[in-house]
Ligand binder design. Structure first.
Ligand SMILES: Nc1ncnc2c1ncn2[C@@H]1O[C@H](COP(=O)(O)OP(=O)(O)O)[C@@H](O)[C@H]1O
Ligand SMILES: O=C(CO)[C@@H](O)[C@H](O)COP(=O)(O)O
Length: 498
């Protein structure tokens, strides 16, 4: 039997999928790894751990399948993370991740040097702490000796691909999140590199997500237990691949992804719309297409944090079992999910989360529901930006760990006031990567043809009118919490873990 493999190098875990020609997932393996958070605002991972865990996962993935002929492999990965290599391609320091917000000063410097309008014109995006250029500038300012030894920077899944193949590349969908790509011209911006003292030689060669970069290295193939002739395709940013894996391949389609972060994403045909930097605007994994998206920095991460601190002994399913026993509004308890700062709609690295309205009658279950509602309200902030810009959002495809729970899907439908579609697999990015490999191997002419076969709906959840009305009363109260707590949080900054 013939298969392709999709690898999703997520923030909480690497997830690998073995997919057959009918789009059936024949095996899937997930391997967790931790975040390294030494100070407030810091978030790092060791790239060597990504490689170890991925190799282990791939070995376990193919081992039980008899006569498996793996034709192709591709990748999806957490975006923006900075991996620095020296001239012998050795990793120089831990990767600084997308949810690391230490770079507020560097973002200000970017605006001072290039100006917001010019930055938006070239990259289509504002300077946000999570993006790669501010991280490069932080290392340049704070670890100069190390920066001087850096010969190449890579994004997380591009580093993983390098370790599996020995070949160094970046591709457009992930390069778009660096703030160094000229998004419309599809090339590294010479102007930005010169202005920030980043040598163009540090920027890896750019290719399409669908490009075949060769085969696995002999060592990798031997370790995993597959033929060294397996073709390797570039792959894409996790959100670009999530879009492919959820069939977001034409105008009017909207995705909600609840992973560590939360994303509301909309397909765009062209690169010349103007959202004034209110949402991110990136190159899609489908050639010459784009997408816009709003990002909640800690979506699943807020739920994981709550579980880690207050319900460690429970599984996610156990913790969410009685979600529906608490009414809308969690008995008057509101949560804002700003545990690591926020991006959309408040680009604010200093804001932190709040529970508002705690009452002596509240139970753990009220807190769990408040966390889920707060995360969903934050995603609704992005839906509102799209609606305010004239988009019609009446259907949202929901993927990621957050799409596993039926009651949360209903909350999404009720808060978004839109039909929510759950797919047969919530592993959007891994499936998108597998689809890039399937198309690359010649199984399909286009991603759309592949989507017809690979993607199927498991469940449709419609909004319930009376719930929608309750949430429409509650959401404006939630919206006020940001402004009301902003000043308090800035005063608390000096007391945080430094
Ligand atoms: N059974 C579940 N029900 C609801 N949410 C879940 C469940 N399992 C995991 N999650 C949430 O999904 C998140 C992980 O989703 P995932 O898409 O795997 O993230 P990532 O790609 O960032 O690694 C966790 O942070 C957790 O909050
Ligand atoms: O920073 C962003 C998008 O701009 C995040 O969406 C990362 O790409 C991480 O994704 P997950 O691990 O949460 O899927």
């Amino acid at each position: 039997m013939n298969y392709v493999i999709g690898i999703d190098l997520g923030t909480s875990a690497v997830k690998v999928l073995l997919v057959d020609k009918e789009g059936e997932i024949r095996n899937e393996i997930s391997k967790d790894y931790p975040l390294i958070q030494e100070r407030t605002g810091y978030s790092e991972q060791d790239p060597e751990v990504w490689v170890e865990k991925t190799l282990e996962a791939l070995q376990e993935l193919v081992e039980p399948i008899e006569n498996a002929s793996i034709e192709g492999i591709s990748f999806a990965g957490q975006m923006h993370g900075l991996v620095l290599l020296d001239e012998t391609n050795q990793v120089l320091r831990n990767a600084i991740l997308w949810n690391d917000t230490r770079t507020t000063k560097q973002c200000e410097t970017i605006y001072e040097i290039v100006g917001e309008d010019q930055l938006l014109k070239i990259t289509k995006n504002p300077a946000l702490e999570g993006f790669t250029l501010p991280k490069l500038l932080w290392v340049k300012e704070n670890e100069r000796e190390l920066f001087d030894r850096a010969a190449t920077f890579l994004l997380p899944k591009d580093y993983l691909r390098y370790r599996l193949t020995g070949k160094i590349h970046s591709e457009f969908s992930d390069a778009a999140g660096t703030l160094l790509l000229d998004a419309a011209q599809k090339e590294w911006s010479r102007e930005l590199c010169e202005q920030f003292g980043i040598s163009l030689d540090m920027c890896p060669p750019l290719i399409e997500s669908s490009a075949c970069i060769g085969t696995l290295s002999d060592d990798t193939a031997r370790y995993i237990g597959v033929s060294p002739s397996v073709q390797v395709f570039a792959g894409g940013a996790d959100n670009a691949c999530g879009a492919i894996g959820a069939g977001i391949l034409s105008e009017g389609e909207t995705l909600c992804s609840i992973g560590t972060s939360g994303v509301v994403l909309s397909y765009e045909e062209s690169s010349d719309l103007d959202f004034e930097g209110k949402v991110h605007y990136f190159n899609h994994g489908k050639e010459n297409a784009y997408y816009t998206m709003g990002v909640t920095l800690a979506a699943g991460d807020s739920l994981s944090w709550f579980k880690r601190v207050f319900a460690k002994e429970m599984t996610f399913d156990q913790m969410l079992e009685q979600l529906d026993d608490t009414p809308i509004g969690s008995h008057g308890l509101l949560f804002t999910p700003y545990i690591v700062g926020e991006r959309t709609p408040h680009a604010d690295a200093a804001i932190r989360a709040s529970f508002i309205g705690m009452d002596s009658s509240h139970t753990k279950n009220d807190f769990v529901r408040a966390v889920i509602e707060g995360i969903t309200f934050s995603l609704n902030d992005s839906i509102q930006i799209f609606r305010d810009n004239g988009k019609i959002i009446d259907k949202v495809v929901s993927i990621g760990g957050g799409a596993k729970n039926k009651d949360w899907l209903q909350i999404q439908a009720d808060v978004f006031n839109a039909r929510v579609v759950r797919l047969s697999s919530e592993q959007g990015p891994g499936m998108g990567a597998a689809m890039l490999a399937a198309k690359g191997c010649g199984w399909f002419e286009t991603l759309e043809e592949c989507a017809e076969v690979f993607i199927s709906t498991k469940e449709i959840v419609d909004p319930i009118e009376e719930n929608v009305e309750r949430y429409q009363k509650l959401y404006p109260i939630y919206q006020q919490v940001y402004e009301q707590t902003k000043g308090l949080n800035s005063k608390l900054h000096e007391f945080r873990k430094q």
